[in-house]
Design a protein around this ligand. Structure first.
Ligand SMILES: *Cc1c(COP(=O)(O)O)cnc(C)c1O
Length: 453
């Protein structure tokens, strides 16, 4: 599918299948050839992390599966807030924030930690192919991949349910995103994106299977360990797929290997938003598998949550190296958070900080409040709270936004020819340049050298 332009000996890492430990050839590879139910993991040559003087996530490039450094400003920032700590009753609290919050030095325009995943993914991808990446998402993942793709001039295809097609915006639309609206729901959008990848010349973003996405998210823990001096004892995050939890575990193992940050894995303290809490249910029943009843009643449970980015029906929970293994290895626990508690946590945050958190980040804060109240956190324990997003409204006001126009609308059962036509409608992810900020209607010009793949 992907032609190799780089020999493995150029690379500063080896891909290994978690289940067997076997080395796997890196060609933007997303799965273990012999073990479909195992994640791959990157094994880096550098034993110690030596942060570079780079203003974005590439600061940690020794532990990212990347080639060229890309521009952009997304990186996690880590800080303390003593008043908030006191109010919650957690003394040694460190807050990691990714989003748009200039007062704290955070400038991720798409306003979530998905931008930490998008940057390394594009860099990894470029090393092996000039194909466009395909993303099926109506939320933060799509916004992050579209934002970065437009900033760096990389083609990308975003597939969304028609009902969500008016919501995709970026700070500068350079025409790199081909937005395809599917007449159907989110599962139909995923199915259409799979068929686009199967046409050839397009690659999937890979989700949790993409080591660039996981290790990009893992930089939150790296930043926290470097800022605070050691690994935290507990790591709090709200999860939908749980990929951030896997990433935190993997980054922690690397930091233990580094030797300077402690020798104990942080406990994963993951939270889901009630009533949609499939991983929390499977975990509390001691199951490695998610069963139908964990998913609740049809779509009803998903539609009732405050933080809709946390409603993933197919999380990488059972895979070797996935959420179940991460929770087992770290002695982790799941909490569930009601909408009321999430909104209260948001209010609490807004009392002490000047940026509106993403609802998912409020769920994480609420779970920390609840853990502190129940007395589970020891006096000397160091806590890392991952505020995974925030500041979208501010980013929109201060940076300006352009809504990406729909390139084509397709039925859920669109055949290959109509998909090809849809992709060509705007140049297959390489529609070029020059539309003015503020909306469609500017000029567009094709950049022939980029072609269509
Ligand atoms: C995607 C997302 C999450 C959930 O992350 P996972 O680790 O993939 O479950 C949490 N918060 C925000 C803001 C997100 O965009």
């Amino acid at each position: 599918m992907v032609s190799s332009t780089s020999t493995p000996s150029d690379l500063h890492y080896t891909l290994r299948c978690v289940e067997s430990g076997a080395a796997v050839e890196e060609r933007y590879t997303l799965s273990c050839p012999d073990h479909p139910k195992s994640l791959l993991r990157a094994d880096y040559a550098a034993r110690q992390i030596d942060p570079r003087d780079i203003g974005n996530v590439f600061r940690f490039m020794d532990w990212l599966p990347v080639g060229d450094v890309l521009p952009g400003r997304a990186r996690p920032v880590v800080f303390r807030n003593e008043d908030l700590s006191r109010e919650i009753g957690v003394d040694d609290l460190w807050i990691a924030f990714t989003g748009y919050y200039p007062e704290r030095g955070a400038y991720a325009a798409s306003a979530s930690f998905k931008e930490l995943e998008a940057l390394p993914t594009y860099s990894r991808l470029r090393r092996f192919t000039d194909s466009s990446v395909v993303v099926a998402s109506a939320g933060n993942t799509a916004r992050a991949f579209a934002e970065v793709g437009n900033q760096i001039g990389a083609g990308n295809v975003v597939v969304v349910p028609k009902t969500a097609s008016g919501r995709l915006s970026v700070t500068d639309d350079n025409g790199m995103t081909t937005l395809i609206a599917v007449d159907g729901d989110y599962s139909d959008a995923i199915a259409v994106s799979d068929r686009i990848v199967a046409l050839g010349g397009y690659v999937p973003e890979g989700g949790a299977r993409n080591v660039a996405r996981r290790d990009g998210m893992g930089t939150v823990v790296l930043e926290a360990a470097l800022t605070s001096g050691r690994l935290p004892d507990r790591y709090f995050q709200a999860v939908g797929s749980g990929t951030g939890g896997i990433a935190a575990w993997e980054a922690s193992m690397r930091l233990i290997g580094d030797g300077r940050f402690g020798d104990r894995l942080p406990r994963l303290e993951l939270a889901q938003n009630e009533p949609f809490t499939p991983m929390a249910k499977a975990w509390s029943a001691g199951r490695r598998e998610i069963i139908d009843s964990d998913l609740g009643w049809g779509k009803r449970d998903e539609e009732q949550v405050y933080a809709d980015v946390l409603t993933n029906r197919h999380p990488p929970y059972s895979l070797a190296g996935g959420v179940y293994d991460a929770m087992s290895a770290t002695g982790g626990s799941f909490r569930t958070v009601s909408n009321v508690d999430a909104r209260n946590a948001e209010r609490l945050w807004m009392t002490y900080e000047d940026v509106r958190p993403n609802p998912a980040a409020s769920v994480a804060l609420a779970s920390l409040v609840s853990a502190a109240r129940s007395g589970t956190i020891g006096k000397d324990e160091r806590i890392l709270l991952n505020m995974t997003g925030g500041g979208l409204e501010r980013a929109r006001e201060e940076l300006g936004t352009t809504t990406i126009p729909v390139a084509a609308e397709v039925p859920a059962d669109a055949d290959d020819d109509s998909l090809r036509e849809a992709l060509y409608a705007r140049g297959g992810g390489h529609r070029a340049a020059a539309r003015c900020r503020g909306g469609p209607g500017g000029q567009s010009a094709v950049r022939p050298e980029q072609g269509v793949h």
